[in-house]
Design a protein around this ligand. Structure first.
Ligand SMILES: [Zn+2]
Length: 458
């Protein structure tokens, strides 16, 4: 994401923050505020952060007998302290949740509570409310802009008109009984996964503190307060569960790094630099400073800090990826492609790094790089079905190579994410006309044509 866009976005986010507050604790309700509905919070895409969230969440899913690969995790850039489940097995976590929590066990507790809603089938009980708007939450959010901390550009993707509105009406509140059930299941999952189930009480106390600070703003918070009764029930349950040990050194490291990275991208650079003075030569302080300098922008200092980090961890794909992003945004596409290329060697199955490599290659003056960019982007979009920017870059690469049919196919795929059936139909039809009859691309185009026609009929 470009800095200009980031600043504009942050201004917008903070302007509405006071009006948002929390809905149900760890619950579903809160985004349903008209003030925020116009654009919706953007999705943050970042290879390292997504890997860390999976590291935290997957043991919880396994403890709940849920296959981790069947649950998708989404990180929303939204300062409100909230997490929720939408459209089946999709867990959304706001940045405001992660930045306010203090420990990995608290985050485990939040994810476990949401997993409790999934396992309890609480959302399915509202199926009649969601059937009409199925996938609309996802479509709206993906269309709103997939914001990448690392390597993603502005997403000039149109939002399907009104999809956010439709989606938000479907975000209904859970009942008090369902919240209690999710609490009970959640603490059990955390204990089974070896974490501290008591950490969730700290999360609930943070929520309670917020209610006290800004009373009466959210009607759901008013009607479903963080009751003494709910806390007491939970305390009883937790007392009967094993306490769990401290997190592994590796888990603690990656959790700390995620929080440092997010804070540095979301806080004002001046604040970050004040909190992490040059006298602090630790890895986390260097990471925070590097990102703060990048956002100032002071690319020379940002690069120097990043080089120091890479010297500390020469095989770390995410630091090398971030250096690639800095270089690309400084207009040094060849050097950026080299960095991303190295990162991709270290993490060959990481689609966001591949997408960054493809973008860097497209920005070089080397004509031979286009074919490589195409291959890399094709792989990135096969591995990751929720990256509209990579599909746009893929279409660009195909068009430069003279493959108009493949370019139209990639563009049609991109529009399936934003939910605009007319654009899907137009591009898929063009792809079907240009691609060899019976080829995999042609068949995919036929599927999209059918899908789009069905959507347009409704
Ligand atoms: Zn809940």
């Amino acid at each position: 994401m470009r800095r200009g866009a980031m600043e504009a976005l942050l201004t917008g986010v903070f302007r509405t923050a006071a009006a948002l507050l929390i809905g149900c604790a760890l619950g579903l309700a809160a985004p349903a505020r008209p003030a925020a509905a116009a654009n919706g919070p953007p999705l943050i895409r970042d290879a390292e952060i997504e890997a860390t969230l999976r590291r935290v969440a997957d043991p919880i899913f396994r403890a709940a007998n849920v296959t981790p690969s069947t649950v998708d995790l989404y990180l929303l850039q939204d300062p409100e302290m909230n997490a929720f489940v939408a459209d089946g097995q999709n867990i959304f976590i706001n940045t405001g949740m992660i930045t306010r929590l203090d420990t990995i066990d608290e985050l485990r507790g939040v994810i476990a509570h949401e997993t409790g809603h999934i396992v309890g089938g609480h959302l399915a009980r509202r199926a009649q409310a969601t059937s009409g708007g199925r996938n609309m939450v996802l479509l709206g959010l993906l269309g709103a802009a997939a914001v990448g901390i690392a390597g993603a550009p502005d997403a000039s993707v149109a939002i399907a008109a009104g999809s956010q509105q439709v989606a938000r009406r479907n975000l209904l509140a859970y009942s008090r009984g369902e919240e209690a059930a999710a609490d009970q299941m959640g603490v059990r999952y955390v204990a089974t996964a070896g974490g501290d189930p008591g950490a969730i009480l700290d999360v609930l106390r943070i929520f309670r503190g917020q209610e006290a600070m800004m009373p009466g703003i959210d009607p759901y918070a008013q009607s479903h307060p963080m009751s003494v009764e709910r806390m007491a029930m939970l305390e009883d349950r937790i007392a009967k569960l094993p306490k769990g040990g401290p997190p592994s050194a590796e888990d603690a490291y990656w959790y700390g790094r995620m929080v440092t990275k997010l804070d540095a991208f979301l806080d004002r650079p001046a604040k970050t630099l004040r909190e992490h003075p040059v006298s602090d030569q630790s890895e986390m302080a260097a990471l925070a400073r590097s990102i703060a300098y990048y956002r100032l922008p002071d690319m020379a200092r940002a690069g120097a800090q990043m080089d120091a980090l890479i010297a500390m961890r020469p095989e770390d794909p995410y630091y090398i990826e971030l250096k690639g992003q800095f270089l690309l945004e400084s207009g040094k596409a060849e050097a950026a492609a080299a960095s991303y290329g190295r990162a991709a060697e270290l993490a060959p199955d990481e689609p966001l790094i591949l997408a960054g490599l493809g973008r860097a290659l497209l920005n070089t003056d080397d004509p031979d790089a286009t074919a490589r960019a195409r291959d890399v982007l094709a792989r990135a979009t096969r591995l990751d079905r929720r990256n509209p920017d990579a599909l746009r870059d893929l279409a660009l690469a195909e068009a430069r190579l003279g493959h108009e049919g493949a370019a139209a196919l990639a563009t049609a795929e991109r529009f399936t994410m934003t939910g605009d059936a007319r654009d899907v139909l137009r591009n898929a039809t063009r792809a079907a006309d240009l691609l060899p009859v019976g080829s995999p691309g042609w068949r995919r185009a036929q599927d999209m044509i059918t899908m789009a026609r069905r959507a347009l009929k409704q």
